[in-house]
Design a protein around this ligand. Structure first.
Ligand code: CA
Ligand code: CA
Ligand code: CA
Length: 206
């Protein structure tokens, strides 16, 4: 664990439990959980003007996940940030407690196989209670196909009214492809230097 993460963790504890008036005088003020997480990322060189937290929405993360982030090493934070599917060890165990993976037939089912209209479990539990993209013709698709830039529905309804990102050459791609670590615009402007994450992580995660 880095010294900073320890320091940040101590500051969080100190805000609620230290009674020494001298220490209170030097206290930098209330440190929110997200401030603490942001400080940990910044100290690990994983932040740039708050980009990481705009991107991942720290306020939306549970306190449980924030707790795991505050305990993580810089290496673990970098993995979580750049290639979240490859997180492992104690850090993954911590995150799994917060957000248990879906398990059937004795194995984990990856998130993109949940509600994808295909049964990946012998009891089909991975498709229980799912909402699907329903085309006029009755075909059903995973909601991941909504606004993905390809028309799955013959009536085009899956791509109607979608937000678009305008590339430097005036072509456009789905807005959700901006800064996702993959060049989708012919000129790469959706993932150019305005995306700190891509510059930080180098090659897109596998
Ligand atoms: Ca499935
Ligand atoms: Ca589509
Ligand atoms: Ca992209």
């Amino acid at each position: 664990m880095s010294r900073c993460v320890v320091l940040v963790a101590l500051l969080v504890v100190c805000n609620t439990s230290c009674d020494d008036p001298e220490k209170k005088k030097k206290d930098p003020g209330p440190l929110t959980r997200c401030d603490a997480v942001e400080a940990a990322f910044a100290e690990c060189g994983l932040n740039n003007d708050g980009f990481a937290f705009d991107h991942y929405g720290c306020e939306d993360a549970s306190d449980c996940v924030k707790g795991c982030l505050l305990e993580a090493s810089c290496d673990d934070l970098a993995t979580w940030y750049c290639a979240p599917l490859t997180v492992d060890g104690d850090f993954k165990a911590c995150l799994d407690v917060c957000d248990p993976p879906f398990v059937c037939d004795g194995h984990e089912v990856a998130e993109n196989f949940l509600c994808d209209t295909e049964n990946d479990c012998t009891d089909a539990s991975d498709e229980d209670g799912c909402d699907y993209l329903e085309c006029d013709g009755g075909d059903e698709y995973s909601l991941l196909f909504v606004c993905n830039g390809f028309e799955e529905c013959a009536d085009h309804s899956d791509e109607a009214g979608c937000d678009l990102f305008t590339c430097g050459d005036t072509s456009s791609v789905p807005a959700r492809y901006e800064c996702d670590g993959v060049n989708d615009c012919p000129d790469g402007t959706d993932d150019d230097e305005h995306c700190y994450r891509t510059r930080l992580c180098g090659e897109p995660p596998p």
